[in-house]
Design a protein around this ligand. Structure first.
Ligand code: AMP
Length: 182
């Protein structure tokens, strides 16, 4: 978990290499769907473009269908999901139904000023359609609105660990490994 620009994608990819598990990024799945104009993409496009959350049922379905595939057998990192308590509750049920469980929730913490700088830089490098100043601000607002309840939810379950997400990606990586106890 973490705000847009916190480094969820970058950090997940390092964990994938180290732990031989896979990364499931709802943002990436949705962007691919929009680009290839599938039914999901058409349904999700307006939300992504505006920087709003895609309806819970759409992302829950993505996760439901994804985690049962054979490449998830060793485990997986969820990147950008859940983003609402409703999604977190649905996730718990999906995992239970499949005899799985969440080991840990890592929150990558980065101050807002740095997030905006990072996201504007990414806009130049990656040309992501949702990385422009007004969409970025909306994504941060959307994130903050849902954040407290989600943090509370995972705190109560004793699963949440905060990691300082400032500095270089190697540094953050080390902190994440420490949090994971590896
Ligand atoms: P991300 O790549 O994680 O920053 O996600 C990019 C965009 O995809 C977000 O701004 C949302 O529009 C959408 N999205 C990704 N994950 C979710 C989710 N768990 N719930 C709702 N919308 C999502």
């Amino acid at each position: 978990m973490g705000p847009p620009g916190a480094g969820k994608g970058t950090q997940s990819k390092t964990l994938v290499d180290t732990l031989s598990i896979i990364q499931i990024s709802t943002g990436e799945i949705l962007r691919d769907a929009v680009n290839s104009e599938t039914r999901l993409g058409l349904d999700a496009k307006e939300y992504l473009t505006a920087g709003n959350l895609v309806p819970d049922e759409l992302v829950i379905k993505i996760i439901e269908e994804r985690i049962i595939l054979p490449d998830c057998r060793n485990g997986f990192i969820l990147d950008g999901f859940p983003r609402t308590v409703e999604q977190a509750i649905a996730l718990e049920k999906i995992l239970q139904d499949n005899g799985r469980k969440l080991d840990m929730v890592i929150f990558i913490d980065v101050p807002e000023k740095e997030l905006i700088t990072r996201l504007l830089k990414r806009a130049e490098l990656e040309k992501r359609e949702d990385d422009n100043l007004s969409t970025i601000k909306n994504r941060l607002d959307v994130f903050k609105k849902k954040l407290e309840a989600l943090i509370e939810y995972y705190k109560q379950k004793g699963l949440l660990k905060f990691v300082d997400g400032t500095g270089g990606s190697d540094e953050v990586n080390k902190r994440i490994f420490k949090a994971l106890g590896i």
